[in-house]
Design a protein around this ligand. Structure first.
Ligand code: ATP
Ligand code: MG
Length: 568
């Protein structure tokens, strides 16, 4: 085994379990996983970890992975979420063949299993209210109290359960409970509820049912029915595993192995559906697909690719230990990919006018620019150059500090793909003192950005030609929260108190001409500014709107920061 393979295995302990199972032929050589979302919200990057894990392992070991909707709560679930989830998993690059399932497809069989448990004396109808069940459940140090209905006869239980199904009782008046052990040290084993009464219309089964099975009962049996081998879930279900095993053992059916892993927590982000829903409902973001949201749709709209998300899921690994993953890791993945793939472009976000006094008035030259210096096969393009240009305001300083290598009075710099220019004059607004334009001279011998006399310049800056550029909306996104872990709230505060007020800055960028034809979801590197994606919702034909995905790892930014100056 190579070092790289060893590393891959050690990054993901479930991979090792599967390798061992294949060796011992535990499942007859089968690997069958599933991804079981509840359709009560949109998928986020945490779900992506689980999707990549389940589908990825199946793919890697020649197995299968099912997509199964865990749709047992009719009041919170709907079709909109189902469709969005299907689209998002597909977009991530995974395929479930003809194995799209719904837990609700199994309602008849689950009902039969419940009847079977009643007949075995392992389940009973209980008349305690939800509140009473909770208060008789006991604590970690005290056993629970047995329900007065615990010893109903099998016959009575069968009759009552049947009547529950027929709709004879109001919501909450009865439940079906597993008869296990009210003094078990594991609270999940203290006669957990299997069915509750809910007169609600289900998005798939309509009004056929007014009793709905609980997650723990449904999940293990759905896994069993589908012949799952490795039932992978997050750590909070570790304490539920004895119950998962109990139902399957009692019924003597196919028994997958439940394996728990640590969920993803990402810095400067929340990944709870409830909190994400709150952001949407309060209008604090522009819907589930807001480019600042950690949802798959948000990430996609921001400009993350499926490949970068899958790469992220692979490199963060899978373990049993909870941790907070730095969002910079995710940002690294997209930078890494786009550095190799993204077409370069020249865009100016904070324009400062530059007039090249010794350049002919009506001349327009076509400068040859590399489309991607990392991949010369992407070729070159022509960028128009003329007498009046725009550069970034940040690229000029009247009194430059040490280590500032860009334009300053009397200083020569290179205009990317064009000429060397030297600043000869600074024009200011007489009232405000603000710099309104620079006058420069260019050296015609330096066309293309090199000097025949070998003269070097320290800085290279980007530019656009005033007469040729066009304005476009450019949306600069930053992290949604200012606190590294916004889930960790101080007393009396809410996670909403840590929202970053500057998470979206809308600017008008001056763009080089070819960008006019940019299509939704096309990605670019705006040289020195970052990676940008054409927004799929706001852009119109010939009027692209750009979302900044991430900045570049720019050494300037660091230096400017240490100088306490504005930087981009
Ligand atoms: P809920 O609190 O509503 O149950 P959930 O995020 O667990 O929310 P599910 O739809 O039940 O939502 O999740 C589907 C699958 O994704 C589950 O197997 C769950 O364990 C997994 N999952 C959810 N959040 C994360 C996360 N942050 N990291 C890894 N896996 C996750
Ligand atoms: Mg869940």
């Amino acid at each position: 085994m190579t070092e790289e393979e060893k590393k891959r295995i050690s990054r993901n302990f479930i991979r090792q379990i599967i390798i061992d199972d294949l060796k011992t032929n535990k499942w007859g050589g089968r690997v069958h996983t599933r991804f079981p979302p509840e359709p009560n919200g949109y998928l986020h990057i945490g779900h992506a970890k689980s999707i990549c894990l389940n589908f990825g392992l199946a793919e890697e070991f020649g197995g299968l992975c099912n997509l199964r909707f865990d749709d047992t709560n009719p009041t919170k679930e709907n079709e909109e979420y189902v469709n969005a989830i299907i689209e998002d998993v597909r977009w991530l690059g995974f395929d479930w063949g003809d194995r799209l399932f719904y837990a609700s497809d199994y309602f008849d069989r689950l009902y039969e299993y419940a009847v079977q448990l009643i007949k075995m004396g392992k389940a009973y109808v209980c008349d305690l209210s939800q509140e009473e069940i909770r208060s008789t459940r006991g604590t970690l140090t005290e056993p629970g109290v047995e329900s007065p209905y615990r010893n109903r006869s099998i016959k009575e239980n069968l009759e009552l359960f049947e009547r529950m199904r027929k709709g004879e009782f109001p919501d909450g008046s009865k439940t079906l409970r597993a008869k296990i052990d009210m003094s078990s040290p594991n609270l999940n084993m203290r006669d957990p509820v299997m069915y509750r009464i809910k007169h609600a219309t289900h998005h798939r089964t309509g009004d056929k049912w007014c009793i709905y099975p609980m997650y723990d009962f449904t999940h293990c049996l759905s896994d069993s029915i589908e012949g799952i081998t490795h039932s992978i879930c997050t750590l909070e279900f570790e304490d539920h595993r004895p119950l998962y095993d109990w139902f399957l053992d009692q019924l003597g059916v196919h028994h997958p192995q439940q394996i728990e892993f640590a969920r993803l927590n990402l810095s400067y982000t929340v990944l709870s559906k409830r909190k994400l829903l709150e952001l949407v409902q309060r209008g604090l973001v522009d819907g589930w697909d807001d480019p600042r949201m950690p949802t798959i749709r948000g990430l996609r709209r921001r400009g993350y690719t499926a490949e970068s998300i899958r790469e992220f899921a692979e490199i963060i690994g899978v373990s049993k230990k909870e941790s907070l993953v730095d969002i910079a890791v995710l940002e690294h993945c997209i930078r890494n990919e786009l550095n190799k793939k993204a077409q370069r472009a020249l865009v100016v976000l904070n324009p400062l006018k530059v007039i090249i006094d010794n350049y002919p008035e009506d001349l327009v030259e076509e400068m040859e620019a590399l489309n991607n210096p990392e991949d010369l096969s992407m070729g070159t393009r022509k960028v128009p150059f003329s007498k009046v240009l725009y550069i970034e305001r940040d690229d000029f300083m009247e009194n430059p500090p040490k280590k500032y290598y860009r334009l300053a009075p009397g200083r020569e710099v290179r205009l990317r793909y064009a000429y060397y220019i030297t600043c000869t004059d600074v024009i200011k607004d007489p009232k405000t003192g603000e710099i309104v334009e620079l006058h420069c001279k260019y050296d015609p011998e330096t066309r293309g950005g090199t000097s025949p006399d070998g003269r070097k310049v320290l800085g290279t800056i980007h530019w656009v030609s005033a007469n040729h550029c066009f304005p476009a909306e450019v949306r600069l996104y930053d992290r949604l929260f200012i606190k590294e872990d916004p889930n960790d709230v101080e007393e009396g505060k809410s996670f909403l108190d840590y929202l970053n007020p500057d998470s979206l800055l809308i600017k008008t960028g001056l763009c080089e001409p070819f960008l006019k034809d940019a299509k939704p979801e096309q990605k670019f590197q705006f040289e020195r500014l970052g990676y940008f994606n054409v927004d799929m919702k706001l852009s119109k034909l010939g009027k692209p709107v750009f979302n900044r995905i991430v900045t570049l790892k720019d050494s300037w930014a660091k230096i400017m920061k240490s100088l306490q100056n504005e930087s981009y």
